[in-house]
Design a binder for this molecule. Structure first.
Ligand code: NDP
Length: 451
């Protein structure tokens, strides 16, 4: 049977666009449908605008630091509308680049919602039906809010970039990546930030010592963080939202933001009807090759509920093309993925936490926490943390956790060594780069504890 395309990609985010481009570059006839803006979560409403906001918010402290270093200057005020206009222009530019890249690779794009009609047919919101030998689902996910009365009074990370004005006060609910990053960003931009996290400590899943230092630093910088706390009730109060909390607090906030997790965008796509199996959270169940239960349908990225990170989606997209179109079965390696949380200070992390490693095998823990010279000179109390988890048997570095400005940049490099299976002695053999913070990673002599 002749199909309209060899490959139809549903979703124009990081994973979908990369798979489409790489396949098309290899001579595959590809189409891609995106119902919203090209670029997806990462470019339009996630990593990219978030990181630009992290940069914007960092300037507040830089003015004080500059003075401490001898510069005479006064901090002005942050003008959100001015920043937002530039941000929007930048996102337009990036979206344009994504479109050009697709066009340049010969991918046909449809600005429409696509649903799956059968194993080889998609139906567009325009009414058009298109056939393809292969279908790739890369529709990503979206923020979810808790089921509670008046939850619609709250916003999510999708809305934050579009606010007309910055609120004077905000309550952020959640203790994950998004909640902690936006608590720092908005605090830095001058918003009075309160954060509720229902558990005992923010950033569940990361190394306990690192979590503790991040929480302390966030509080020291002005975030009013309440762990073990959640919303009991919320209602409209004038232009704000009145919140009653489990800790007895009752307060009106200008805005409430839920950063309480994300959900795969699989509703109404027609997937289950054609035999694609979904998991409990609605994620598409796939094997190591991103194959679903239907031979001609694969899925990559956040919609599969594996690791919700752009570079992972990109790899899954490239491995998919290798497997399906280049006759070279390529599984995606999801082990030892370095990542960063863009809190202030940042958290960079790769491999096992101390808690995970301790449960697995005997370990040595090398750790140091200190005031870096730039902050010490400026009179700041900010501390950094450098931590290595080492196997007592193999001497391999099982995990590395860094809390510091630019920890994201550092962990990218450490990630290579850890992925290569470097031992503590390999780290020690490497000459320090002086004076830096990261030099501590190669100069820690004795373990602080064994377990
Ligand atoms: P996370 O799953 O990281 O965090 C969700 C948070 O909300 C958790 O603290 C969770 O608590 C809490 N929560 C969940 N349900 C409720 C509820 N009903 N009431 C109160 N609190 C609740 O999700 P995020 O939305 O922050 O981020 C989603 C994913 O996006 C991340 O896992 C990450 O992979 C990716 N991401 C990556 C970034 C990066 O690389 N820098 C940046 C942003 C996102 P509990 O811990 O108790 O479950």
């Amino acid at each position: 049977m002749a199909f309209d395309y060899d490959l139809f990609v549903v979703g124009g985010g990081s994973g979908g666009v990369r798979a489409a481009r790489v396949a098309a570059a290899g001579g595959v006839k590809v189409a891609l449908a995106e119902e919203d803006r090209m670029g997806g979560t990462c470019v339009i409403r996630g990593c990219v605008p978030k990181k630009l906001m992290v940069f914007a918010s960092g300037y507040r402290e830089m003015f004080d630091d500059a003075q401490a270093y001898g510069w005479s200057l006064e901090a002005g005020t942050f003008e959100w509308p001015r920043f937002r206009a530039k941000l929007e222009a930048e996102l337009d530019r990036l979206e344009g680049i994504y479109r050009k890249l697709l066009e340049g690779s010969g991918v046909t794009t449809y600005d429409a919602r696509a649903t799956v009609k059968d194993a080889n047919t998609v139906r567009l919101s325009t009414g058009e039906e298109i056939t393809a030998k292969q279908i790739l689902i890369a529709v990503g996910g979206r923020p979810v809010v808790p089921e509670m009365a008046n939850a619609d009074l709250g916003i999510t990370s999708n809305d934050i970039f579009h606010l007309e004005t910055l609120p004077k006060s905000i309550l952020i609910v959640g203790g994950g990546y998004i909640a902690c990053e936006f608590a720092g960003i908005l605090n830095g931009l001058g918003v009075e930030v309160t954060q509720f996290y229902r558990g005992a400590q923010i950033l569940r899943g990361f190394d306990d010592e690192a979590r503790g230092l991040i929480a302390d630093s966030m509080k020291a910088k002005g975030v009013d963080l309440h762990c073990g706390t959640n919303i009991v009730a919320m209602e409209k109060d004038g232009d704000g939202v009145r919140v009653k909390a489990t800790n007895g607090m009752e307060r009106v906030f200008d805005q409430v933001m839920f950063a309480t997790g994300r959900k795969p965008n699989t509703e109404g796509l027609g997937l289950e009807e054609v035999g694609v199996a979904l998991g409990r959270n609605g994620e598409i169940l796939v094997d190591d090759y991103s194959a679903t239960a239907v031979l001609s349908i694969h899925a990559i990225g956040d919609v599969t509920g594996r690791v919700q990170l752009t570079p992972v989606a990109i790899r899954e997209g490239m491995a998919y093309v290798e497997t399906v179109f280049n006759d070279n079965p390529t599984p995606v390696d999801h082990k030892l993925i370095p990542s960063a949380v863009f809190t202030q200070p940042e958290l960079g992390s790769v491999g096992l936490t101390e808690e995970e490693a301790r449960d697995q095998e005997p370990i040595e823990v090398f750790c140091t926490s200190f005031r870096p010279m730039n902050h010490a000179f400026a009179g700041r109390s900010d501390r950094v943390l450098m931590k290595l988890i080492v196997s007592r048997e193999t001497r391999k570095v099982l995990g590395c956790h860094i809390v510091a400005d630019q920890a994201g940049e550092m962990i990218q490099m450490v990630g290579i060594a850890v992925k290569m299976g470097a031992t503590k002695e390999d780290f020690d053999r490497t000459v320090a780069v002086h004076p830096t913070m990261a030099e501590e990673l190669v100069t820690m002599k004795a373990p602080v504890r064994t377990a």
